[in-house]
Design a protein. Structure first.
Length: 319
């Protein structure tokens, strides 16, 4: 039963490939035209077209929506054709008027990291138009912060956990959410943003004896791996060099925002000790003099589709 809708879609795509308009669209894309306007696509037809372009060209696709609500709805509609919901990039939330003390949640930060990872992998992604202008971790810093683990290779357990915490993972008794890491005896569990299942590393001395994916519900293994990559869980990598610069940045910006010394001193002290303060992602300019953007993570052959280009342009103008 699960395969039946896909068979019907495959037949529709075969018929679509005989369409002169679709063939012409593919030719325009293959010739490198920078802008192609389409009209008359109502309801679910535009989402089917995105699916058809993905199946036909095998290129990554980014759908830009004018609002967060429209982006979430588009992801839901695309899931019917793709079989899974594409990741959605939303604009960072500012709830208090003080960027350093925003209401951005840990889940929102984890969702952003999962989106960046999905973008690097290629596929179909969705983004709120304004979110593409938010600053993020530079792509080269992200890539250099990915930790590779391999079965049978020496790896000091405490050093690995320390690196994971510096890259944004929260040390917990048991992993439950994306961004959690736990250490129990010879076992290290880590749940990376964007992963369906957590990763379990079992040590034999200072060597990784096994690498497995496991189910949170049953705790049973779902797959055995020889090699795995663990991406960062935060846009801020807590290396020692930028910490003092971040503290100085906070002193200046906190004063500009009208934050009292009583409020800022404990935060500055925490940063100087290398502690990860709440909503630290808002200190991106302090850690990275040249922050990146979500667009940096898109493969060079990505097709960018704008849903209601006029509305998306207006939402960007309001920034």
């Amino acid at each position: 039963m699960k395969d039946r809708p896909r068979i019907k879609l495959d037949n529709v795509i075969k018929a679509l490939n005989q369409s002169g308009k679709f063939i012409n669209l593919l030719r325009c894309i293959e010739s490198g035209e920078r802008s192609i306007s389409l009209s008359g696509l109502g309801g679910a037809s535009k989402f089917f077209l995105i699916y058809a372009l993905r199946e036909t060209t095998r290129r990554p696709i980014l759908l830009i929506s004018p609002t967060a609500k429209r982006a979430d709805s588009a992801s839901h509609d695309l899931s019917f054709f793709l079989g899974e919901r594409p990741r959605v990039l939303l604009r960072k939330e500012i709830g208090t008027g003080r960027p350093l003390f925003s209401t951005a949640s840990a889940k929102a930060a984890s969702d952003r990291m999962a989106w960046l990872r999905s973008a690097l992998d290629g596929g179909v992604m969705v983004a709120e138009s304004q979110a593409l202008y938010d600053k993020t971790i530079p792509r080269d810093v992200y890539s250099s912060s990915v930790i590779k683990v391999e079965k049978g290779v020496a790896s000091f357990r405490d050093e690995l956990v320390s690196r994971l915490i510096k890259s944004g993972y929260r040390l917990t008794d048991f992993v439950e959410n994306e961004g959690d890491v736990s250490r129990r005896g010879s076992i290290v569990d880590v749940f990376s943003p964007g992963n369906e299942h957590p990763l379990r590393l079992e040590y034999i001395g200072d060597e990784i004896g096994s690498i497995r994916l496991f189910s949170l519900e049953s705790q049973k293994s779902t797959d055995k791996l020889e090699i795995a990559e663990v991406p960062p869980a935060s846009e801020i990598i807590m290396e020692s060099e930028p910490l003092s610069r971040a503290a100085e940045y906070l002193k200046k910006r906190a004063g500009e925002s009208g934050v009292t010394a009583r409020e800022k001193i404990p935060i500055i002290d925490d940063i100087m000790r290398g502690s990860r303060v709440q909503n630290i992602e808002w200190l991106l300019p302090a850690f990275y003099p040249e922050p990146g953007s979500a667009l940096d993570y898109l493969p060079g052959d990505t097709l960018i589709v704008t849903e209601d280009a006029e509305d998306s342009a207006k939402s960007i103008e309001r920034l």
